[in-house]
Design a protein around this ligand. Structure first.
Ligand SMILES: [Ca+2]
Length: 314
């Protein structure tokens, strides 16, 4: 371990989180973030059950329009940073997964492209002389979340994205329980709407982490594009439909997995509470492995929109 590692406060790793290649610890890296998570309000969770009641007939043709609780279409001038009222930009490194990048702030690695997209860019550079857990950082990238700005319990969450490509890339759209600052991880729960690792260019994973089923023991499934297609070749929509006791994952409307408390063998279902959203592009780590000579930089995670609504919809 480097001295740098010991100087920075980091959450404890849970014991027994399994084989390295499947270990996926996704903890907030700073106490500041935890404090923000604690401050996240349950602004609409108290109305969740009412909102999930059947709508009076005739149902509107586009029920989603009236039920949207969070939306960012990433419209704005090219080069501008994300809307700070919607997104908190996390900075620093992440030793928990042995990720290799430094997450920067501002618009350095997360910027609008002027054509309605957020682009999270992973670069092989270190203009700020950032120091990572393993020494001088080799890469920069970005990680955003809605902690303290938006949380949701149940409903539909989706993002339309074009993924990066190459060994070592690890883009993700995921959620953490807003009580992580109080109960820690994995008791907080983690819902991974979409994760991709570069060595599987045509496959994405949807996963649940909770107490007794995290890291190597997490509960999940995967979806693979037909005909050898790759997620870096075009935009796809990644979604979960979430209701009391059930979470369903889909890609482009194709459902590939539903999980319920029956899958947990008596372990606790920790998904009946508000969660916040996270978008990030990690470079390297236990699960994806590190970039190699075949990896080209920069790589981009291009996000057309993120949208959350109260109603199930597919
Ligand atoms: Ca857009």
């Amino acid at each position: 371990m480097s001295s740098n590692l010991q100087q920075q406060p980091r959450p404890q790793s849970p014991a027994g989180d399994g084989p390295l290649q499947r270990r996926r610890l996704r903890l907030p890296r700073t106490t500041a973030l935890v404090a923000v998570a604690l401050a996240a309000t349950l602004s609409w969770s108290t109305v969740g059950p009412a909102a999930s009641a059947p709508a009076p007939s005739p149902a509107p043709k586009d029920a989603s329009a009236a039920a949207v609780t969070f939306e960012d279409g990433f419209d704005g001038p090219a080069g501008s940073a994300v809307d700070g009222s919607k997104w908190l930009i996390e900075t620093g490194d992440n030793v928990n997964n042995h990720e290799r990048q430094w997450y920067t702030g501002g618009s350095d690695n997360a910027a609008l492209d002027g054509q309605g997209n957020l682009v999270i860019t992973a670069r092989k550079e270190n203009p700020g002389n950032y120091q990572c857990w393993y020494g001088r950082c080799e890469y920069t990238s970005a990680r955003l979340n809605t902690s303290g700005r938006f949380t949701q319990q149940y409903g539909h969450a989706e993002a339309r994205m074009k993924l990066p490509r190459g060994q070592g890339m690890w883009p993700a759209f995921w959620m953490l329980g807003q009580d992580i600052g109080q109960v820690g991880w994995p008791e907080s729960g983690e819902i991974d709407v979409m994760e991709n690792v570069g060595f599987e260019p045509g496959t994405v994973h949807g996963t649940l982490h909770g107490p007794g089923y995290s890291g190597a023991d997490s509960i999940g499934g995967s979806y693979t594009l037909p005909n050898g297609e790759k997620f870096a070749d075009g935009f796809h929509t990644f979604a979960v439909d979430w209701s009391p006791g059930s979470i369903t994952w889909s890609v482009d409307g194709n459902v590939y997995q539903t999980r319920t408390p029956a899958d947990l063998g008596g372990r606790e279902w920790v998904f009946d509470k508000p969660f916040f959203l996270i978008l990030n592009l990690a470079v390297g780590g236990y699960w994806p492995g590190d970039p190699d000579g075949s990896t080209t930089f920069p790589q981009e995670l291009v996000v057309d929109y993120v949208r959350v609504s109260t109603a199930d919809q597919r």
